[in-house]
Design a protein around this ligand. Structure first.
Ligand SMILES: [Zn+2]
Ligand SMILES: [Zn+2]
Length: 137
């Protein structure tokens, strides 16, 4: 009825598991957890975040630009020098928020699936060069 006390959860590499993955919850050993995520989840997370990086920095840029304008309107000294770090900080904060929300969105998928990650979606193919038919008009 009671589970054998000597039982230790094992990582897939057969080493003793130290913690569950922060995303899929599977038990993993120290070397297969980085940043409290298993290698599979951190790969999935990195991939998801890569598609969002541009947006995070766009938010940072907007905050920086608005900051510059706001400070200029308020006649506060060197607006750019003050607003630029604010933009960078906003970019980093946005990255962290994205990371958390992507991790939350991935968790049910990652715990329900195993094995290799699904192939990343193909990037949209650039419209092939117009098949110019010279001299046809
Ligand atoms: Zn391991
Ligand atoms: Zn995981």
């Amino acid at each position: 009825m009671f589970r054998e006390q000597g039982y230790v959860e094992r990582c897939y590499c057969e080493a003793e598991a130290v913690r569950g993955c922060g995303c899929c919850g599977r038990a993993r050993c120290e070397s297969h957890l980085s940043d409290s995520l298993c290698d599979r989840c951190s790969r999935a997370l990195t991939r998801e975040l890569a598609t969002l990086t541009g947006r995070a920095w766009a938010v940072g840029g907007v905050v920086g630009a608005v900051g510059v304008l706001g400070l200029m309107v308020a006649h506060v000294g060197p607006a750019c020098i003050l607003a630029a770090p604010a933009g960078i900080v906003a970019g980093y904060l946005q990255r962290r928020l994205q990371r958390r929300s992507v991790q939350a969105a991935l968790a049910p998928v990652m715990s329900a699936t195993k094995g290799e990650l699904a192939a990343p979606p193909e990037p949209p193919a650039f419209p092939s060069a117009p098949t110019a038919t010279y001299g046809s008009y």
